[in-house]
Design a protein around this ligand. Structure first.
Ligand code: SF4
Length: 242
């Protein structure tokens, strides 16, 4: 390859690293993430060339050939395609609405029990929903603790829906104690997720507390009665489904 030096073009920025011990240089083109190594003695030649001070460079043809082929520097009509990095937008946002919970499951990942000071106020929660919608989030999950402990939960669920988010509730269902509450849940959320650890009180209550099976089943039945009906058994539960 015979190089016409007038056709050389340099990226906006070149970064180099040197090893005096090994007498080598590493040249990086951050625009394309390309790089090449070469003998340190050629670094001065390269810098002179970059500054337009080149004259007879024929002795470094091989170096320039390598740099051109590896796209560390550009030649002739070559135009690099530079893709600007755009961070991906998360699809879902899980908001732990409260630390308070009506159950004390032994495996609880957050050891939920009582409402903590400093939990988001209604106005702060509205602002969170606004920010999520503005960011392009699709699924807004209200989780906890137990979200139904919050007095403003239905207002916030509806607000998220009206902002175009898929408003979803993750609840243990124990506080769905009437058809009115179930109706409010169905009107405020597009999806409801609840969990039952087994098909018998024994299988569930051993981990989630005595009496929780009956409360959860009652809550699920209330939801079913108002049209919230999706049932996904877990692997462990499948053997208990007839
Ligand atoms: S229902 Fe959920 S948040 Fe409440 S104690 Fe059980 S695992 Fe924790």
């Amino acid at each position: 390859m015979v190089i016409e030096y007038s056709k050389l073009r340099f990226p906006k920025e070149l970064v180099f690293f040197t090893s005096l011990k090994q007498e080598m240089a590493l040249l990086v083109n951050p625009e394309l993430g390309t790089y090449a190594t070469f003998e340190l003695k050629y670094l001065g030649v390269l810098q002179a060339c970059e500054n337009g001070m080149y004259k007879d460079m024929s002795e470094v043809d091989n170096l320039f050939s390598t740099l051109i082929i590896r796209r560390v520097i550009y030649y002739g009509a070559f135009e690099p395609t530079i893709n600007e990095y755009v961070p991906p937008i998360p699809q879902s946002l899980y908001w732990e609405t409260t630390h308070g919970c009506s159950l004390r499951c032994e495996y609880c990942y957050m050891s939920a029990d009582t409402i903590l000071p400093g939990e988001l106020t209604t106005a702060e929660a509205v602002s969170l929903i606004d920010q999520a919608a503005e960011l392009g989030i699709q699924d807004f999950m209200f989780t906890g603790g137990e979200p139904l402990i919050r007095k403003d939960i239905f207002e916030l669920g509806k607000y998220a829906k009206n902002k175009g988010l898929v408003s979803q509730l993750i609840t243990n269902s124990t506080l769905i104690t009437s058809s009115q509450i179930a109706k409010q849940v169905s009107e405020s959320f597009e999806y409801v997720t609840t969990s039952l650890d087994g098909a018998t009180p024994w299988a569930n209550d051993v981990h989630r507390g005595s009496g929780s099976f009956d409360k959860i089943v009652k809550g699920i039945r209330s939801l079913n009665a108002v049209g919230v009906m999706r049932w996904t058994p877990s692997y462990r539960q499948q053997s208990e489904v007839s």
